[in-house]
Design a binder for this molecule. Structure first.
Ligand SMILES: Nc1nc2c(c(=O)[nH]1)N[C@H]1C(S)=C(S)[C@@H](COP(=O)(O)OP(=O)(O)OC[C@H]3O[C@@H](n4cnc5c(=O)[nH]c(N)nc54)[C@H](O)[C@@H]3O)O[C@H]1N2
Ligand SMILES: Nc1nc2c(c(=O)[nH]1)N[C@H]1C(S)=C(S)[C@@H](COP(=O)(O)OP(=O)(O)OC[C@H]3O[C@@H](n4cnc5c(=O)[nH]c(N)nc54)[C@H](O)[C@@H]3O)O[C@H]1N2
Ligand code: SF4
Ligand SMILES: [Mo]
Length: 753
């Protein structure tokens, strides 16, 4: 057989064609023809991105052989190629199938008893000797809700520490900060159906085409049906997303606060604000004098003329004016979607606030097609970590670990003695790895995430994880850049081999199904955590026989909170293709638009307004004055270029899964440094040449690709290549509010390697 690398163009075309085939309802036939007729299909969810596409998993002769889209789910049967190729992530020969313990520097096979007894002994004796905060858990927006919940309970109620974190800190923390400061409660208020009703899309710092392909496809479909639809993309780079844009707003990295404020400035100047909505539903900042509030905002915006924004950002003012015109046009529905270009910034929360502002001042919110919508990256960052309280400062379902009354309420729900839950603040992700570095944290359990590759300033934190006198446990499905540093490696069951609930971007909770057994000794994370809990003496806290029992407890914990999903029984989730919360009772269909009277069951029937922002005590959302502020590190004489990192459609984060799929590895398997032709000329660099990228923190070598996708003065690489660690270069400075690191911007120099 001739091994030929398929071109990327062909790859993308194949992806689209496969998707098209499936929506035409040809899927069962087409897939069955390639895999045979005796296939058994079971409903589930894609385990990759936060789009949360519904799938059917096809099993034949005890093997997961195919995946097809669920036509009844929001994705209407469409999937991207990563989704179709999921079966391959189960069956690579490199799967971890045996627990391993590091002895004399080498990982050697062990039994579960040996491995978990050792983990239990290390964690419990560390708590005894050094106190509860000497242990920590670092989890993931890719674990099931039941798994994250079990870990949360084990660490907070069992070990009595708030050192519970996860990769959503690197991803969604600024979105959480934005929602909470603006609306008082986390999570989007809109839904995917809004896409079908929107006339104008703002895609801000989001490469939707590559990172949320099925959402992007829905936007493209909307444009096809309503050709007047406008798509505006705010991104310093040209991407496959900017390619369908009616307007691309390019700018110097880090200057989009000025642009978003300039858009608000114009809307106010043109008097296209919704005065009635502002008067009845909003405040400007918190604690401002009622009468002067609006004027305070108008005064704040005075600086942000389009001319000023152009001078700060380099984006021609005509483009900013055009974007403002489209967004604010009366009678048109506007939807904004954003992701890491905004969140991974030291001003991530502010940027989120600025997106919300545009919707609030125009009243383009809570109506079909009009909504601010933060796209979630991972399949269960919303359901399993944000909602369920898997970050150090949170407790389940909107409660905070720093609030005595919230801890007391949780203690009651969990049947704990008053005072059991710790009041000491836990550490956020970066602080946690810094505490590991200082040996304040001595034992860490890492589950379903690969921080040895994906933390910023990786040299520093890889060293901390690898240090001899700390004890790090890592549960994964393959050897990774983290397992290579860990003291104990636990083989986990993967998607398809276990069951649990995922919650995607639009508050849709869905049940993912087990269809095959895991190989060797690999076990579901849920079972491993329960087993460890027992060995540590906390069996009573985790009394469930299976994830379904834990789910019932979770439903009970969430009852009477704004997350109300009591109505989502396991039976319903098994039958239905996902339900959007709030869903307070078993006969409730779920809620498309939150806060909206007549739609959201938590808004009282006699509420006189269209919307009730019940997350805030005064039921008003907040318009925030957030000024332009520079990134932590900008180019200078020594490090003259911007460096940014991100994603391509073929691969997933650290590549542990997608690099096991042949078709995906062959397309974009290697991280290339994208260099603008002018920079390449000045630096005398040609495509294919090895280039060393150097920051104040570290360096890595990439083959160059000369292309005009990045603007002059800015380099891009994708983050998926475990042999070329871009995070040795990135910066670990973080947003003071959300503590989310500024992956998207740092300064570098380059030299030929
Ligand atoms: N194929 C694929 N899909 C994924 C993932 C994956 O690994 N692979 N991961 C999932 C996860 S967890 C996440 S968080 C999402 C991420 O989804 P996205 O955020 O869409 O992806 P990124 O490529 O990280 O970054 C988006 C864009 O931010 C731009 N950017 C850089 N600097 C700035 C700036 O100063 N301002 C603005 N406005 N933009 C800037 C970059 O040029 C980039 O195009 O994707 C999810 N989907
Ligand atoms: N340079 C740069 N770095 C970034 C970002 C960026 O934009 N640029 N983005 C950041 C963001 S937004 C995110 S979300 C993070 C993601 O960072 P990570 O979460 O570290 O990356 P993943 O590759 O998704 O890691 C998931 C791990 O879980 C394993 N796994 C898969 N299924 C299971 C399972 O069922 N159980 C267990 N125990 N393990 C499993 C996989 O093999 C993999 O090693 O990266 C962050 N890092
Ligand atoms: S768009 Fe996301 S959820 Fe949907 S199939 Fe692709 S990777 Fe999976
Ligand atoms: Mo993410």
């Amino acid at each position: 057989m001739v091994e030929m690398s398929i071109s990327r163009r062909k790859f993308l075309m194949t992806s689209a064609a496969a998707s098209a085939l499936l929506t035409l309802g040809k899927a069962p036939d087409a897939v069955a023809r390639t895999v045979g007729d005796s296939i058994k299909w079971t409903k589930g969810v894609c385990r990759y991105c936060g789009t949360g596409c519904g799938v059917y998993k096809g099993v034949q002769d005890g093997k997961l052989v195919a995946v097809k889209g669920d036509p009844k789910n929001h994705n209407q049967g469409f999937l991207c190629l990563k989704g179709f190729l999921l079966p391959q992530i189960l069956y690579d020969s490199r799967r971890l199938t045996t627990p391993q313990i590091r002895k004399n520097g080498k990982l050697v096979d062990a039994t579960w008893d040996e491995a978990l007894d050792l983990v239990a002994k290390k964690f419990t004796s560390s708590v005894k000797k050094h106190g509860p905060d000497s242990v920590a858990f670092y989890g993931s927006g890719q674990g099931y809700t039941e798994e994250s919940y079990a870990a949360n309970k084990l660490f907070r109620a069992g070990f009595a520490t708030n050192n519970i974190e996860g990769n959503p800190r690197l991803c969604m923390a600024s979105a959480v900060g934005g929602y909470v400061t603006t609306f008082g409660k986390d999570e989007p208020m809109g839904c995917y159906e809004d896409i079908d009703k929107a006339d104008v899309f703002f895609l801000v710092g989001s490469n939707t085409a590559e990172c949320h392909p099925i959402i992007f496809q829905r936007i493209a479909r909307r444009k096809e049906h309503a050709p007047d639809t406008k798509v505006v993309v705010f991104d310093p780079r040209k991407t496959p997303t900017t390619r369908i844009a009616d307007l691309h707003i390019p700018f110097t990295p880090g200057t989009d606060l000025a642009i978003l404020n300039a858009i608000a400035h114009l809307i106010v100047k043109w008097d296209l604000v919704d005065k009635n909505f502002i008067k009845k539903q909003l405040t400007v900042g918190e604690g401002k004098e009622a009468g002067k509030q609006w004027q305070h905002y108008v005064d704040f915006l005075a600086t942000y003329t389009p001319e000023y924004a152009e001078s700060v950002s380099g984006c021609p003012k005509e483009k900013i004016i055009q974007a403002a015109k489209w967004f604010s046009e009366k009678g048109k529905a506007s939807m904004s979607l954003w992701t890491m270009g905004l969140n991974q910034r030291i001003r991530g929360v502010w940027l989120n606030n600025l997106c919300h502002n545009l919707h609030l001042i125009t009243g383009k919110i809570g109506k079909p097609g009009s909504t601010p919508f933060s796209l979630t990256g991972q399949p269960n960052a919303c359901g399993g970590v944000r909602d369920q309280g898997g970050l150090s400062h949170l407790l389940p379902y909107g409660k905070l670990s720093g609030k005595p009354e919230h801890r007391a309420a949780m203690e009651k729900l969990w049947g704990l003695k008053p005072g059991t839950l710790p009041s000491r603040p836990g550490k956020h992700a970066i602080a946690m790895f810094q505490a590991l570095e200082k040996k304040e944290i001595k034992c860490m359990y890492i589950m379903c995430t690969n921080p040895g590759q994906t933390l910023p300033n990786a040299n520093r934190y890889r060293k901390a994880i690898a240090a001899d006198d700390v004890f790090v446990v890592c549960a994964d499905i393959y050897p990774t850049r983290t397992t290579e540093l860990a003291d104990v490696v636990l083989p986990a069951a993967v998607w398809g081999e276990k069951e649990g609930v995922y919650g995607c971007s639009e508050r849709r909770y869905q049940l993912d199904s087990k269809v095959v057994d895991s190989p060797g000794l690999a076990r579901p994370d849920f079972d491993i955590l329960l087993d460890l809990g027992k060995r540590c003496g906390f069996g009573d806290l985790l009394p469930w026989k299976n994830p379904a029992e834990a789910w019932d407890e979770i439903r009970r914990i969430a009852k009477d909170t704004p997350y109300a999903f009591w109505g989502m029984t396991r039976e319903r989730l098994r039958k239905e293709s996902g339900i959007l919360w709030p869903c307070p009772s078993e006969d409730h269909p779920g809620t498309k638009r939150r806060y909206v009277a007549g739609e959201d069951p938590l808004v009282p029937a006699d509420w006189p307004e269209r919307i009730m922002f019940y997350g805030k005590p005064n039921k008003r959302a907040v318009v925030w004055c957030r000024p332009q502020a520079a990134p932590e590190e900008v180019p200078d004489g020594d490090y003259p270029y911007f460096f940014t990192t991100g994603r391509v459609i073929e691969h997933w984060h650290s590549g542990t899964m997608t690099m096991k799929c042949r078709e995906l590895k062959e397309s974009k398997g290697i991280a290339e440094l994208e260099i603008h032709p002018e920079d390449a000329k000045a630096l005398k660099i040609r495509t294919g040449q090895a280039v060393r990228v150097i920051s104040r923190r570290g360096n890595a070598v990439f083959p160059a690709r000369v292309t005009d996708t990045s603007p002059r003065g800015m380099f891009f690489v994708h983050m998926h290549d475990e042999d070329r660690l871009c995070n040795k270069i990135t910066i670990d400075a973080y947003d003071p509010g959300s503590k989310q690191p500024e992956f998207k911007i740092c300064a570098v120099k380059v030299e030929k390697a």
